[in-house]
Design a protein around this ligand. Structure first.
Ligand code: F6P
Length: 549
């Protein structure tokens, strides 16, 4: 654990720091023993998601002070600013309105004096008709055949979120249309996909907010060349390519027909864009109606976020708890473990949503923070992970708060497998909370007939300290609505934390340097002469690469 780094700029912080000392010496077991209503007190339901946060190192005083701190940070006004289209992305002078994309209300949402809702509705209509023309077979490839494969070419926010949503909605997939993804510039990925599809029945969606991302443009050009090599005439390329971007000129230069282009706007951040036309792939795979259900689930969460008082507000609670552990206990990371195979992509998407948003070292005003910001987000799926890294969660030296996500029902019941799955989720949550004391270990080993010497030898190894905080998120089932609510929950949690840390959660300047250096290194790799103008490590590694190429 790193040293705690309290948010001293808020008056409530001093009391939180002393409460942390008290809580660090309190065991969750005792908190449960003292209060039989703990579960009722620290749980709530919103937008089809149930959250149990009773297994956290909190009491009423901690929660009240966290809420005070959120108020002192101006969270209520910040929430209003987000939804009303204020330019809260101050380094890019942009509004942040992914919420408008999933808004089905009648009120206008204004950006620079313009209501953006009509163009959002119009784009939804275009997504719907494009989806229907593919599903009905009206859209034909260059030899007159119906589209059977859709390939999304995009990376980061133009890939992770839509894939997460698509896999979350696996039971809703339409028959007869296979979905594929090409994100990496690694040619292995594109080659694997091209081996599985055939040119006559494949539609490529080039998804890129900027339409300048190296990986996406290289893959799109390669896919275009492949189509031509497979016998598609230049004039028929439009039958196999759709593009989504804010950069309509670049799409035009690429050669994708205007009628096959869907717009995007600069007030949609890449990692928040699955709700926009970037979600076309979702609509194609699950049908437009289910895409709209996903949006509506997210809209429900947004309404809850805007309307619920801070102490009963799910994204606010999760955001504040994260800050509690990162800044007052010195936790470094946060795990998200879902007990649902269909949510297997969620941690990857949340890594971008959280770490690209809040991995920041200066405040909005440019001053350097003197506290930790974004946590390292990681995770996977239960029960697989129980047989991999849970050992470290239970007996390792680090404090790693965990979110367990466990739907109460399954789309695919097989005997008792789902009850077993859910039981495992609960058992992990319980084990992290209560652990196993030295006394319990000794009694257990002695009762098993072990000699006193052996008991002494083994006892320390078998003790599980417990007191490891965790949340349990329980939707009734993963439906389009609950999947939408879940993703929106995490987006807004990240927003809450950005407000508390006073950082701009909506820019990502840190990724630029790597892109610039990538261009320079690429030039040196392609140069015929020996490279000597970089640092010795880069020079040496370039020479090694050249040796084999
Ligand atoms: O390099 C980071 C990033 O800009 C992400 O923020 C974004 O989601 C991703 O690249 C892809 O960008 P684009 O959609 O413009 O291709």
């Amino acid at each position: 654990m790193s040293r705690p780094s309290p948010l001293g700029q808020y008056p409530a912080s001093a009391n939180l720091a002393s409460l942390q000392e008290k809580m660090a010496n309190t065991h969750l077991r005792d908190l449960f023993a003292e209060d039989s209503h703990r579960f009722d007190k620290y749980s709530l339901e919103a937008a089809g998601l149930f959250l149990d946060y009773s297994k956290h190192l909190i009491d009423d005083e901690v929660m009240a002070d966290l809420v005070k701190m959120a108020e002192q940070a101006g969270l209520p006004a910040a929430i209003k600013a987000q939804f009303s289209g204020e330019k809260i992305n101050n380094t890019e002078n942009r509004a942040v309105l992914h919420s408008a994309l999933r808004n089905f209300g009648d009120d206008p949402v204004m950006v620079d004096g313009q209501d953006v809702m009509p163009m959002i509705r119009e784009t939804r209509e275009r997504m719907k008709s494009l989806t229907e023309s593919i599903h009905s077979g009206e859209w034909k490839g260059h030899t007159g055949k119906t589209i059977r494969h859709v390939v999304n070419i995009g990376i980061g926010g133009s890939y992770l979120g839509l894939k997460t949503a698509i896999n979350a909605m696996t039971p809703y997939h339409k028959e007869g249309l296979d979905h594929h993804y090409v994100a990496n510039i690694d040619p292995n990925e594109l080659s694997e996909v091209l081996r599985k599809v055939d040119a006559e029945t494949t539609l490529f969606i080039v998804a890129s907010k900027s339409f300048s991302t190296l990986e996406t443009l290289q893959n799109a050009q390669a896919a275009r060349r492949w189509m031509l090599e497979q016998g598609c005439a230049e004039g028929d390329i439009r039958k196999h390519f759709v593009a989504i971007s804010t950069n309509l000129t670049a799409i035009d230069q690429f050669g994708i027909a205007q009628e096959n282009t869907l717009p995007l706007w600069d007030w949609v951040g890449g990692r928040y864009s699955l709700w926009s036309s970037i979600g076309l792939m979702i609509s194609l795979v699950v049908g437009y109606d289910n895409f709209e259900r996903l949006l509506k689930g997210a809209w429900e969460m947004d309404k809850h976020f805007q309307q619920a008082p801070l102490p009963r507000n799910m994204p606010v609670i999760l955001g504040m708890l994260g800050v509690w552990y990162q800044n007052y206990f010195g936790a470094e990371s946060h795990a998200v473990i879902s007990y649902d195979h269909f949510l297997r992509d969620l941690p990857g998407h949340l890594q971008q949503v959280d770490m690209e948003s809040n991995g920041k070292r200066v405040r909005n005003d440019g001053s350097t923070v003197d506290y930790q910001t974004g946590a390292v987000i990681w995770g996977g799926t239960g029960t697989n992970d129980q047989h991999a890294y849970h050992q470290l969660l239970h007996q390792g030296t680090r404090l790693i708060p965990v979110d367990f996500i466990a739907p109460a029902t399954t789309h695919n019941p097989i005997e008792d497998q789902h009850p077993w799955l859910f039981a495992n989720a609960l058992a992990q949550s319980q084990a992290m909370m209560q652990g196993k004391t030295q006394e319990e270990v000794r009694d257990e080993l002695t009762a098993a007939g072990m000699s006193a010497d052996k008991v002494e030898q083994l006892a320390a190894h078998k003790v599980i300290p417990g007191n490891r905080p965790n949340s349990m998120i329980v939707p009734e089932k993963i439906t389009p609505e609950t999947a939408g609510a879940l993703i929106a929950l995490y987006e807004q949690k990240v927003f809450v934390q950005g407000v508390l840390w006073q950082v701009n959660s909506f820019d990502q300047w840190g990724v630029e340097l790597g892109k610039v250096l990538g261009n320079r290194v690429f030039d040196r790799i392609k140069a015929t002469e020996e490279v000597t103008d970089q640092d010795s490590s880069t020079n040496g590694l370039i020479q090694r690469f050249k040796h084999f190429n």
